[in-house]
Design a protein around this ligand. Structure first.
Ligand code: ZN
Length: 373
């Protein structure tokens, strides 16, 4: 059976297609990339897919291996059912002590997607049976999984950013690239530049600008843009990246002006006195336990608890700087965002990034200070 045969049973809702004409961003279907890729005269119906994969621990020890499912989600479905088990399409499973092989892992799926994007398939839609083109337009994975399927160096390697040519710098005695100083002249990667780097890497048999000498199966898919089609790993970059990095830095460096090491007990009293509304799945945990916080706890801290808890404790300049991060990220996480919101968020986050280097100059920490993208 074709791995996407289950798509034929899906009754598509045309409301998602209507969102293409909405100026505000509220879903993947209102994005510029989606609009560009689905505007085609030859096909009335185009179904788009997003691919996700990640390693899931299913055994007590990691030596036994992880389960790697590969999912496709149908972007035209309403979000409330798009991510439900009923409609998420499991295309492949890998269970082995070692990680999936970079090339073979997605090869069969890519050949099937190539066929679907070229010749299309007949599906049941709200308007009856339709011959549709099916295209993969996005992949969304966490940093380790993304590096694996893009065939790139891991996120702490030199030139590990999949979006630009900022090489990053190492901190301390190890060789891990954990900090990306702001570079206004950093050149953006393009699909063509990535193809060129991979070709050179294969010829030379060693990595070139972060690309390994292995060709990602994604490059075999016509029309798929390996740079624009790769989503930013917001959870690791923001919640488990810069948010956790600051939580680690503030109490640790006792000689620094921003040190709050002797005020953590007081801050915990403030934090634990917060009465969270019922719709929060996790209530605040103490700051002393922040290293065990999950991504969702770091998210709640960033958006809801941190500013009232840190007010009057963190030095004024550092507090304002941190609030710029909170407001910039909050703007991008609204249910509906305008192009003005995006411009404003860009300005704020750039300002935060620039000031970050000045305010936290002592880059001697053991945790990553920032990620590039
Ligand atoms: Zn970058």
């Amino acid at each position: 059976m074709h791995c996407l045969d289950c798509l034929k049973t899906v009754n598509f809702v045309s409301a998602s297609f209507e969102k293409r004409n909405n100026a505000d961003m509220s879903d993947i279907t209102s994005g510029k990339r989606y609009r560009n890729m689905t505007t085609e005269l030859l096909w009335k119906w185009i179904i788009t897919l997003t691919l996700n994969t990640d390693g899931v621990s299913v055994f007590r020890t990691s030596r036994t291996g992880s389960l790697w499912p590969v999912y496709l989600t149908i972007n035209e479905l309403p979000p409330e059912c798009r991510f439900s088990l009923k409609y998420a399409i499991v295309c492949a499973l890998w269970l082995h002590p070692s990680k999936p092989p970079r090339q073979a892992f997605l090869q069969l799926l890519m050949s099937q997607l190539k066929e679907l994007s070229t010749n299309g398939e007949t599906f049941k839609t709200a308007e009856g049976l339709q011959h549709c083109k099916v295209i993969l337009i996005f992949i969304t994975c966490d940093l380790p999984a993304r590096a694996m399927i893009l065939c790139m160096k891991q996120h702490n390697g030199q030139y590990a950013c999949p979006y630009c040519y900022n090489p990053g710098v190492t901190i301390g005695s190890d060789h891990l690239h954990q900090y990306w100083p702001i570079k206004h002249d950093a050149i953006a990667r393009t699909h063509a530049s990535v193809v060129s780097d991979v070709t050179e890497a294969v010829d030379l048999r060693h990595p070139v600008k972060g690309m390994l000498n292995v060709v990602s199966p994604l490059l075999a898919l016509p029309g798929f843009d390996i740079v624009d089609g790769t989503a930013i790993d917001w959870m690791h970059v923001v919640y488990l990246g810069i948010t956790r990095s600051l939580l680690d830095r503030w109490p640790t460096f006792s000689d620094e002006i921003y040190s709050i090491g002797d005020k953590v007990t007081f801050l915990d009293k403030r934090l634990l006195s917060i009465k969270a509304p019922d719709h929060f799945s996790r209530i605040p945990h103490t700051l002393k336990e922040f290293s065990t916080w999950k991504g969702s706890e770091n998210r709640s801290w960033l958006f809801f608890w941190s500013l009232p808890v840190l007010r009057g404790i963190l030095p004024r300049e550092h507090y304002i700087h941190y609030s710029i991060l909170v407001v910039g990220c909050r703007l991008l996480c609204g249910m509906k965002i305008s192009s003005n919101d995006i411009d404003r968020a860009r300005q704020l986050l750039l300002k935060f990034y620039e000031r970050h280097e000045l305010l936290y100059a002592a880059l001697t920490g053991s945790t990553p200070a920032t990620f590039c993208h």
